[in-house]
Write a protein that binds this ligand. Structure first.
Ligand code: DC
Length: 225
């Protein structure tokens, strides 16, 4: 048995995190939601009114940020902590979603995120999801998966998730936000969203959670044995 790194990249709301969590559980690996880190940084910037047009302000703010994942006994997954505060729910807010792609495109922020993500992979046995995990963070990962889904399916999924927390949200708002994030994530200068040349594509538009898990488990088992 080999210890490996598994990366899952793809557009927003493709169900990457759900799949990555399930896969990590099955393999007894650690799941890391790299997007949560960029969301927590964005939350900090918004709260502290950091003007991210100024490099000095970004630099100072990043020096004040401590990110940490801590296991939640109730959910069975890790929650994102920002300077010892559990921000797992707050970082899923629309306000954070509206700014996160802009913040995640900043060079300093990327360097900050990538360095911490790479450190988490030192001992392998991780499943990390994001946008640049198979390309920039772990270019030598043993298994790279690029998740895709039909845009209408993605909007529907995300809407359901957000509507449960905020019934005032409209499908139009969700669609606009997803399109904007896809555009910024794919067109930014540093570490844009790309399918790594050696990544396997998984289109889960018409797959149930169980079906997609069965497929990736087979891929993972192949690499691990
Ligand atoms: O996966 P998510 O939707 O929670 O990610 C939030 C944002 O963070 C996403 O719009 C782009 C950014 N992100 C990134 O730039 N690189 C990553 N590895 C993960 C997320």
């Amino acid at each position: 048995m080999k210890d490996i790194i598994i990366t899952l990249d793809g557009y927003s709301s493709c169900g990457k995190s759900t799949l990555a969590k399930q896969l990590a559980n099955e393999l007894n690996y650690v799941f890391i939601d790299s997007g949560a880190m960029y969301r927590a940084i964005t939350l900090y910037f918004l709260r502290q009114h950091v003007n991210w047009k100024h490099e000095k302000e970004i630099h100072k703010a990043l020096g004040e940020i401590g990110l940490d994942f801590q296991y939640n006994e109730v959910t069975g997954h890790s929650d994102m902590y920002l300077n010892d505060e559990n921000v797992e729910a707050l970082i899923r807010d629309m306000l954070v979603s509206e700014h996160v792609s802009e913040v995640a495109a900043l060079k300093e922020v990327r360097e900050f995120g990538v360095a911490q993500q790479q450190a988490m992979g030192k001992k392998k046995k991780i499943v990390m999801d994001g946008r640049d995990i198979g390309t920039t963070v772990f270019p030598n990962a043993e298994l790279k998966i690029f998740v895709t889904a039909d845009p209408s399916v993605r909007v529907e999924r995300r809407f359901k998730e957000l509507f449960a927390k905020n019934p005032a949200i409209t499908i139009e708002e969700v669609k606009t936000n997803l399109e904007m994030r896809d555009y910024i994530d794919s067109n930014r200068e540093f570490s844009p969203l790309r399918k790594a040349a050696d990544a396997i594509e998984l289109d889960n538009s018409n797959l149930t959670r169980e079906e997609q898990l069965a497929i990736v488990l087979e891929w993972a088992t192949e690499k691990i044995k």
